[in-house]
Design a protein around this ligand. Structure first.
Ligand SMILES: *Cc1c(COP(=O)(O)O)cnc(C)c1O
Length: 225
């Protein structure tokens, strides 16, 4: 199967999942995750209609995006170290993986230095997995409060990486409570409009439960080497 055929299948599944939603939670943006793949596959995806590209490492993204001749919206989905913040702010339109006050502060500073307001999502560790990055629910408000004192960072929503359960249905309650939290927080915030959840193994359930950004690699490009 070609990238274009895979893309069509994924977009079809997203549409079908949207139609199964209990409540209409709007459109879904597909972020095609090109990590560990070459620029040729990036180009193929863009030819197939992809307008949003996701990468998880700053250095790899910088190298590939430097030679990509076409404009795309660029997403950083992987963990961000403070020593890579400057480069990340130069490169990415949306950073999905902000989970500490240190990062919030560092991103604001780097964005201010280049006259940019950086859009970010707060990554939440909802299942409280020890091995995962992400802010705890208890720490969310602190992160919002810190970001609200700063001019060059704008929190646009939340991001979740669900645990890799053998039975993907176990993800559903997590996605559902994430949507609830997203709506609750959104009542008191402006420009808070993105809920990024769902990857190859769980995106259909994520969309059913109200994700409006999904991050998909394997289902589009095949297994990574
Ligand atoms: C790699 C990655 C994805 C895409 O994973 P697939 O299972 O290949 O769809 C999504 N989100 C994050 C944070 C990732 O690191």
């Amino acid at each position: 199967m070609s990238v274009k055929e895979n893309l069509k299948l994924v977009l079809d599944e997203i549409d079908k999942a949207k139609s199964r939603r209990a409540v209409d939670s709007g459109d879904v943006t597909l972020v095609a995750v090109t990590k560990n793949h070459g620029v040729d596959l990036m180009r193929e995806a863009i030819d197939g209609g992809v307008t949003n590209i996701g990468e998880n490492r700053v250095q790899e993204a910088a190298e590939k995006l430097a030679v990509l001749e076409r404009g795309v919206t660029k997403h950083l989905i992987g963990h961000l170290q403070t020593n890579k913040v400057k480069q990340a702010v130069k490169l990415f339109d949306l950073i999905h993986s902000v989970d500490s006050e240190n990062l919030v502060t560092a991103i604001d500073k780097a964005a201010g230095a280049i006259g940019k307001v950086q859009d970010v999502l707060i990554q939440v560790n909802l299942a409280n997995e020890e091995s995962k990055f992400g802010a705890s629910i208890e720490n969310l408000q602190n992160l919002f409060d810190t970001a609200d004192t700063l001019k060059n960072i704008r929190v646009r929503g939340l991001m979740l990486i669900a645990p890799n359960y053998a039975d993907v249905e176990f993800c559903r309650p997590l996605f559902r409570s994430m949507r609830r939290i997203f709506e609750q927080v959104g009542k008191t915030r402006q420009d808070f409009d993105f809920l990024s959840m769902g990857m190859t193994h769980d995106y259909i359930i994520a969309v059913e439960e109200g994700a409006n950004i999904v991050r998909i690699g394997t289902a589009i490009f095949g297994e990574r080497i």
